[in-house]
Design a protein around this ligand. Structure first.
Ligand SMILES: Nc1ncnc2c1ncn2[C@@H]1O[C@H](COP(=O)(O)OP(=O)(O)OP(=O)(O)O)[C@@H](O)[C@H]1O
Ligand SMILES: [Mg+2]
Length: 218
């Protein structure tokens, strides 16, 4: 697995303290060593691309960061403090959002309901709904996708648009690090171009992105 880090791309000086500092992460599954001492620093506004062949351990690493796996050894520091996220919700609350390759949107719900899934705001009547739609519209605007209607059922959207909904959800939680596991796998080349534009915009806002792919040209 390779971290194609290009610090020169960052708008911020590399002396900025890391948001995320991964040290010596080892993960074993009943004797199989999936991760063997991973170190990784991610600073605000940086994009890191993790490249590696099937079985290299990319998904295992992000599942450790998301709290879905406990590491066998090693530490994860987030904003200067050691953390041990115990679940994806836990990680999300602390500002680490993960977009899984198997998109975790709910087909039968609307765009707005998916974006605010699990938020307090999602419970309530008409006033709440109006506010929900307004805030969803703001997030979609920020992602340059204002043509997506908050009331639209998510099951009727393309995979690319469903990813945008997943990204809007990450932003609704004020994520400071967004992890994308092979997002390009379900996208055509134009949609990949759009995603890159969104990634550049996020990093300009100081959000860090960990981008997983097995396509070297990306
Ligand atoms: N829950 C699990 N139980 C046992 N072994 C696992 C588990 N998850 C992953 N592994 C093993 O760990 C290794 C790394 O797998 P991982 O899914 O992290 O690879 P990857 O780099 O994401 O691959 P891909 O490109 O196919 O998504 C593989 O050998 C895999 O079989
Ligand atoms: Mg994987």
């Amino acid at each position: 697995m390779v971290d194609a880090d290009r610090p020169g791309d960052s708008a911020l000086p590399s002396s900025t303290a890391p948001l995320l500092a991964v040290r010596g992460i080892v993960k074993e599954f009943s004797g199989v060593r999936a991760l063997d001492g991973v170190d990784l620093d991610v600073r605000p506004g940086e994009v890191h691309c993790l490249l590696g062949q099937n079985g290299a351990g990319k998904s295992t690493l992000i599942k450790v960061l998301a709290g879905a796996h406990r590491p066998t050894s090693g530490t994860v520091e987030w904003q200067g403090r050691e953390v041990r996220p115990t679940s994806p919700v836990d990680a999300l609350r602390s500002g680490i959002a993960t977009m899984y390759q198997e998109l975790d949107v709910v087909g039968g719900l609307t765009v707005a309901e998916n974006v605010f899934l699990g938020h307090e705001l999602s419970r309530g009547g008409v006033t709440r709904r109006r506010e929900l739609h307004q805030r969803t519209r703001e997030l979609l605007d920020r992602l340059g996708h204002n043509r997506l209607s908050p009331g639209r059922e998510v099951g009727s959207l393309s995979a690319a648009d469903q990813q945008i909904v997943s990204l809007a959800r990450a932003l609704s939680h004020d994520a400071r690090l967004i992890v994308m596991d092979e997002p390009s796998a379900v996208l055509d080349s134009e949609e990949v171009g759009n995603l890159f534009r969104v990634v550049r915009q996020l990093t300009a806002d100081g959000v860090a992105v960990l981008y997983i792919s097995h396509r070297l040209e990306e």
